[in-house]
Design a protein around this ligand. Structure first.
Ligand code: NGQ
Ligand code: ZN
Length: 451
């Protein structure tokens, strides 16, 4: 049994003082506010629940900063994708494992405790399955286990290059499966995480560009009770192509043709109509927002005011991992709304802290999207981030003002310790295996980029 004692903690019912958490076998077995520390307890200042990162392509951490040169004409999401495909062509399983571990260390150090890995690079460089068809899922699982981040693995079904079942491009050969091979991949992916008690498996049809309607309906049962994630309406070109193909916009098409419910997470949902947003909100689907990547790729701005007016739920994801940070995603979510709406305190309600609203929203929505529990409660995994209350940004602040100051004025540097499933993986802002994982990442990248 481990005892953790916090001077302040954010519990589901709100802030509490002098909170003693008891942890057994990775789970919280008791929460005692207004208590005293017991001998042997670890003492910390302020506990937050760890945040879920609902959307990651871990391997893309390796190309962060390598797509920031404009081509001869104008650059776009689609030219970025060409650069990304060229990077995918070279990675070995060891590269992918090393890059994923580095990304997961950075997530943990920033206060994320679970990652939704939208995992779509499946095959070798020639497009041939590895001997274990889920070899690269095994590598993702190994990286999550080694770093300690809890994993929601979302094996991706990818079969086509565009609407109407267009044949895949050469650059997509490492992603492609038919239905048979995908169901084997799902079985082996479940095996890959079998040793991790907190792991959850869902599925991810990559996008409406990559699956046909029949394929989409056929794979839904493979999720069993797990989450279902799909990229949707990130780019206006996708909306135009979907309209040309079906007469409907992508979110509207999904609402009409797929069994959308609370298990679903719509990644991006950037280009939507008010009706589409109302449909998503009423179905209980999560909007999976990835503000840093959406800014980096020039996607556009999510219509948060409309979605929130219908009670829509959202979470945040680090997606391309060009920059990894829990506070950073929440900050840019709010800032993009301020810029787009020329207003302040947008993703919030009246007279409440915006930081608190963003945090609570991303915690609940992210947990729902990853099939996980939200918050510090008895029976839940002990997934906790503590803040360094001595950080200058927190001078004179308490409670919600600390959250606001963390998100808007401090960021990663103010994260102190992180526990996942009761295991302390970050102390003093540093992951316990940071140096070794960083050295391996550096070595793999030097080799990859020299080739
Ligand atoms: C991906 N990433 O699968 O990595 C996508 C780009 C696509 C983002 N959408 C590829 N951010 O959508 O075709
Ligand atoms: Zn994505």
């Amino acid at each position: 049994m481990t005892g953790l004692f916090f001077k302040d903690a954010l519990l589901p019912q709100g802030w509490a003082r002098n909170v003693r958490l008891s942890i057994e076998a990775g789970r919280i077995t008791d929460i005692a506010p207004d208590s005293r520390p017991e001998p042997g307890d670890e003492h910390h200042a302020l506990a937050l629940p760890g945040l879920p990162n609902l959307h990651s392509h871990a391997f893309q951490r390796g190309m962060a900063g390598l797509a920031e040169v404009r081509g001869s004409s104008s650059d776009s999401f689609w030219t970025w994708r060409e650069v990304m495909y060229r990077f995918v062509e070279r990675m070995t399983p060891d590269d992918i494992e090393a890059i994923a571990a580095q990304a997961y260390v950075e997530m943990l150090e920033s206060g994320f405790t679970r990652v939704g890995e939208f995992h779509y690079v499946h095959h070798d460089v020639s497009g041939t399955p590895y001997q274990n068809i889920a070899e690269l899922a095994v590598r993702i699982a190994t990286a999550s286990q080694a770093t300690g981040i809890a994993l929601t693995l979302l094996p991706v079904f990818y079969a086509h290059a565009g609407f109407g079942g267009r044949a895949p491009d050469a650059g997509q050969r490492r992603f492609i499966n038919d239905l048979d091979r995908f169901s084997r991949l799902m079985e082996e992916s479940r095996q890959a995480v079998a040793g991790q008690p907190a792991a959850i498996v869902g599925i991810a049809p990559h996008s409406l560009r990559a699956v046909t309607p029949d394929e989409l309906i056929a794979i839904v049962p493979l999720a069993e009770n797990g989450p279902i994630h799909i990229h949707v309406a990130e780019q206006t070109r996708e909306v135009e192509e979907c309209l040309a193909w079906s007469g409907q916009r992508p979110v509207a098409w999904l609402m009409d043709h797929a069994p959308i419910d609370r298990r679903w997470c719509f990644i991006h949902a950037t280009h939507t109509t008010p009706d589409e947003l109302r449909g998503m909100a009423e179905a209980g689907a999560i909007a999976g927002l990835c503000p840093i990547t959406e800014a980096n790729l020039g996607d556009g701005i999510f219509n948060a005011p409309e979605f929130l007016a219908h009670g829509g739920r959202y979470g945040v994801g680090s997606d391309s991992n060009v920059l990894i940070g829990a506070a950073d995603e929440l900050r840019l979510l709010e800032y993009s709304q301020r810029l787009g709406n020329r207003a302040r305190n947008v993703v919030t309600g009246a007279s409440v802290s915006t930081g608190r609203t963003l945090f609570d929203g991303a915690l609940a929505g992210g947990a729902q999207a990853l099939g996980a529990e939200a918050g510090l409660a008895v029976g839940h995994f002990a997934d906790i981030a503590s803040l360094e209350t001595g950080h200058i940004a927190f001078a004179g602040r308490t409670h919600d003002a600390i959250l606001d100051s963390w998100i808007f004025a401090a960021g990663r540097a103010a994260v102190d310790c992180v526990w996942v499933g009761g295991r302390k993986v970050v102390a003093g802002g540093r992951h316990h295996d940071k140096d070794k994982i960083a050295a391996r990442f550096r070595q793999r990248l030097e080799r990859l980029l020299a080739a």
